[in-house]
Design a protein. Sequence first.
Length: 380
Amino acid sequence: MDFKLSEEQQMLQDTAARLVRDAYPFEQREKFSESELGFSAEFWAQLGELGLAAVPFAEDFGGFGGSGVETMLVMTELGRGLTLEPYLQSVIFAGGLIDQLGSEAQKAELLPQVAAGSLQLAVALDEPQSHYKLNDVQTRAEAVDGGYRLSGRKAVVIGGHSAGGIIVSARTSGGSRDETGISLYLVDPSAEGVSRRVYPTIDGRKGCELFLDNVQVGADALLGEAGNALPALRYQQGSAIAAQCADALGSMQEVCKLTLDYLKTRRQFGVPIGKFQVLQHRMVDMQTELEQATSMAILAATVVDAEDSDDRSRTLAAAKYICTRAARKIAEEAIQLHGGIGMTWEYNLAHHAKRLVMIAHQFGDDDHHLQAYARLMQVA
């Protein structure tokens, strides 16, 4: 099978790599993280100006009509640079949901803004009790004259502190874990009754708890058909998982590079420690894990645009499982091979390790996806 990139794909990858390399040195990243915004507004604008935020969208909405492979190329470079911008949440997840469920008017209004980077979105799907289950929704939406009234609480809304719009899942009917009765609404964070508790995450980003207290939204805030949003949610989370695997891949590649460079330069007993065979074996183990993760990230990127099916879901569950296990193994081995410096705050390896831990628990950890894979195998 030919995995060579086309000329256009190579140009896209080079553009993303050059932007991250020039605009995101590690020292600057720490300043971005500590700022009120939590990321670089200038870098976010550049993602839009260079067309990188437009990759997944159709040309009719200012996009490039890229596939999962093009998304993988961008996400890998963003992961390599430990970027803090909520690209996955805004472009892949929220933008993808609007592309799937939005009316023509909603798509024409919102998607060009997302593609240009002038509108940042977030998704509020998790709740304190949900634990990776998209159907576990206690937030309620009640139909009222002219729209809906929303009440409830959402947890770990990455990028929600700065988003211009937040896509919220809420239940319009049924019990708290029913498969049906879930709807999606685009909520203005500045609306009356909306409040947020902002906090830093372990990987340097910012998230928030979202509180909805009788929040009034118009009828045009509903995305898609009322009560039938769960299939689209699960499909788009699959797309986010494929992008997340690419994000982890870029970070793992950088961790392996940092570790190999350290083994070549750190000297003990008069020789570089990379001369010691036992450390060579551990480095080979890291590279083996990286190769497995690379294969699965590529596979996820090639199937992510397929129609919803058990095969697609099974492949994405396997990719998340393999990439999560590889991420944990590579991060732990890298810290062990570096010794104490591996956890030094001023050294970017520690921050890659934290990012990989965060990725391992977003959208389901390895145990969750192993169980999902096993369940889908039984169905097959």
